[in-house]
Design a protein around this ligand. Structure first.
Ligand code: ZN
Length: 489
């Protein structure tokens, strides 16, 4: 396939034309959530960013294997090698089995993702489900001379790695600068060098999540899981690895180093990172009182919110910024996004009622080219949306009779909006009223079926009851020779 699709590669720090390793199957890995609490705004952005990528690759007719993991062990509260496991801490706090915590927050994450119309990945592996694979990675690193055991834990030897490769290649950091920010001094504790990171951690007897290993009872380090699971499902070299910018260091830098130390080569062709979200200009944080969960956002139950916001408003708002730009949430910005989204959806509905002319004064093909140019340019969704609004203007002008469109133009417009807004941007193509109408029609089909069965069984009591009570509710049933019809009174 001759690709015009260009993506920004964090490693090379420039835009590169996307060329898959294997035309038959594109491999894509994205770091998923650590499931110890409700999903929040910070989870929505990477999920939606890489959902657009997944949808667009499929639109380009690639077969895609999208792996997004669930971290359910090994992520410590301070993101480093010391302190409690996030899941274990929450389990203790709520007097739950750790896997109960994992299940509860995995379920709520899935529900929120479904609300946001984020497609499920092809595979969603968990860290606890891949302990054997992680132990194998750690063993390989020891065998290759890039890791060492120390008091039942295993650490990655950053000095050894840095002698052969570039530690800091992905994040652009220098070892000297990184050392300034590390608390562990050389020769202190279990590590030989302050920047060494845990591949496997020895578990204290009171630790509740632990497994047997060649180094005793313990649990995997946070970075090990992604190296093990991406290799298992996508191979030792795959196309795209994504995640939030906050994961670039240490998590992705460590992943890159582990893979190079294991295989002698990079395992990822394109590294992609989405920028962060802020709220009213501030970083999101529990201590700042601006930590808004997705449920609170959808229900309008956080004190910073003036109203509830539909998940599609959130999705549309996130897409109005380029994924590599920062994005600030505020009530004003969300309310503007809500209006914009509704205008777009209304215009899509209006396409069906346009009257075709014999002549044409519009250039739909030109508009389509501009839309593709935008999405091909490193998923530039804000520019794509701007072009779609040009289309909205055109639709309204045709509707008012101020522009002329042929039947073919109208069909092209319909296809364009279906592809760009619905399939690629993943915006749901119905407004609330439509959804309710769909539900009502489903319920009425069911009631008419029950009534038909009752009649077939000569159960006149039930059949009359359904008819009479529906009439009270404002719905009339009319018997026809093919069954029954209904309409609002
Ligand atoms: Zn990861």
């Amino acid at each position: 396939m001759d690709s015009k699709f260009v993506i920004y590669n964090t490693r090379s720090r420039k835009k590169e034309t996307f060329q898959p390793i294997n035309e038959g199957l594109v491999g894509m890995y994205v770091c998923g959530p650590t499931v110890y609490g409700d999903a929040h705004l910070g989870h929505a952005r990477p999920a939606i960013t890489f959902d657009i990528l997944f949808r667009y690759l499929k639109h380009l007719e690639y077969k895609v294997r999208y792996v997004r993991n669930i971290t359910d062990v090994g992520h410590l509260v301070n993101d480093g090698d010391e302190g409690e496991d996030k899941i274990a801490k929450k389990a203790k706090l709520d007097a739950l089995e750790p896997m109960e915590v994992v299940q509860q927050y995995t379920n709520s994450y899935h529900k929120n993702m479904n609300d946001l119309n984020v497609l499920p990945p092809s595979i969603e592996p968990t860290a606890t489900g891949h302990i054997i694979e992680q132990i194998a990675v750690v063993k390989q690193l020891i065998d290759n001379g890039y890791a060492y055991e120390s008091q039942g834990s295993v650490y990655f030897d950053v000095r050894k790695y840095a002698a052969d490769h570039n530690y800091g290649e992905l994040s652009g950091r220098k070892i000297e600068d990184m050392l300034v920010n590390t608390r562990t001094l050389d020769g202190q504790g279990e590590k030989r060098f302050g920047l060494d990171f845990a591949l496997w951690k020895n578990a204290q007897p009171e630790h509740i999540m632990k497994w047997p290993s060649p180094w005793g009872m313990g649990f995997p380090g946070w970075h090990t899981e992604c190296t093990a699971m991406s290799a298992k499902y996508l191979g030792k070299r795959f196309d795209i690895h994504g995640g939030g910018m906050d994961l670039m260091f240490p998590h992705h830098e460590a992943e890159m180093a582990q893979a190079k130390a294991c295989y002698g080569h990079d395992n990822v062709n394109y590294w992609m990172h989405n920028n962060m979200v802020t709220i009213n200009g501030q970083k999101m944080g529990k201590s700042l009182g601006n930590f808004i969960t997705l449920d609170q956002l959808f229900e309008g139950t956080h004190e910073l919110l003036e109203q509830a916001y539909d998940p599609m408003t959130i999705r549309f708002f996130i897409l109005q910024a380029h994924y590599r730009s920062p994005l600030d949430f505020s009530n004003t910005a969300l309310q503007a996004a809500e209006k914009g989204y509704q205008r777009l959806m209304q215009a899509i509905q209006n396409i069906d009622s346009l009257t075709p002319s014999k002549q044409s004064t519009v250039d739909i093909k030109g508009l389509q080219d501009k839309c593709y140019e935008a999405i091909n340019d490193d998923l530039n969704t804000p520019i794509l949306i701007a072009h779609l609004f040009e289309g909205v203007k055109t639709i309204n002008l045709i509707k008012e009779g101020n522009q002329k469109a042929t039947e073919e133009d109208i069909q092209q417009l319909k296809d364009l909006f279906q592809n760009m807004a619905i399939n690629i941007l993943g915006l749901r193509d119905c407004v609330e009223g439509d959804q309710q109408a769909d539900v009502l029609s489903g319920v009425m089909d069911l009631l008419l079926e029950i009534r038909a069965e009752a009649k077939a069984n000569k159960d006149w009591g039930t059949s009359d009851k359904i008819r009479d009570q529906l009439k009270e509710a404002g719905l009339a049933i009319k018997d026809t020779k093919d069954g029954a019809e209904w309409h609002l009174l």
